[in-house]
Design a protein. Sequence first.
Length: 286
Amino acid sequence: MSNLQIITSNIKKGGVGKTTIIYNLAYYLQKIKHQRVLLADFDESMNLTNRFILPSEQGSKIRLENQVSRFFSGEQFPVPLQVDEGIALIAGDAKLSAWLKDIQEGRQRNYLLSWYYSNKEVLEKHYDYILFDTHNDHSIITDNVLAVSDKVLAIADVDSDSMGKLTEEQEHIDLLKKMVANPMTGESFVSARVLKIGNKIEAEAARNPKGTHATKDHRLFVQAFQSLMQSDESFLGFFWDRGPLAKAKTESRSMFHLKTDPRYNKKSNQLFYEASEQLFERIVQC
């Protein structure tokens, strides 16, 4: 029996850190869990692709056959690029939305499901995890990705509408389960579980949400999130802001690379690493 898991980050809100979490989850799986990972970048910003291949080098390193748009072309399925030991990438495409019209007009709407079931044995042989990064929307392209996922990471930052976006993501997945179903049996092809995660939380608020050293909004967010974690198992926890996670983004390295760098493995960062790894483990095990 296969243990292959497909995990997607999605929320209908930009700037919450979806790409950063997926990128670091890939390296948690590779470096800590010793798993083989396939990544696919469905965000037109191509932020995930840029983490592995500099924009100035993409013209010579990425071919059409290596991009996610190949899923929707009616040709052969995309060919992943090996970007690190144990990590492969299907690169993004800045013009991905150009395929929306063709898909909406009915040319086989569930491409990702077709790809997965057509290549299931090969995928299970070569990878332990598939991670998808998406655009912050619920377009038909994003729905393709959600439909094939086992888990969807809905990520909220400290904002007035963040909790509402988590609810919206759950409602959208529930609707998708009804829409993408076997017409004969009514059984849904969609089995994704929505896992809610907070991000960009001030360290002081994370350590002591009832203290007075952190911003009030962050303290209230943590208190509300922790309360929901007690009553709803889909609320897993939250990542801290700044620190090594922010440095990982600016240096295009994962936090697990920085953990062994003398500049970033100081005692003050140990709680950050411990809390982050515990949350990544909850994502994997949930």
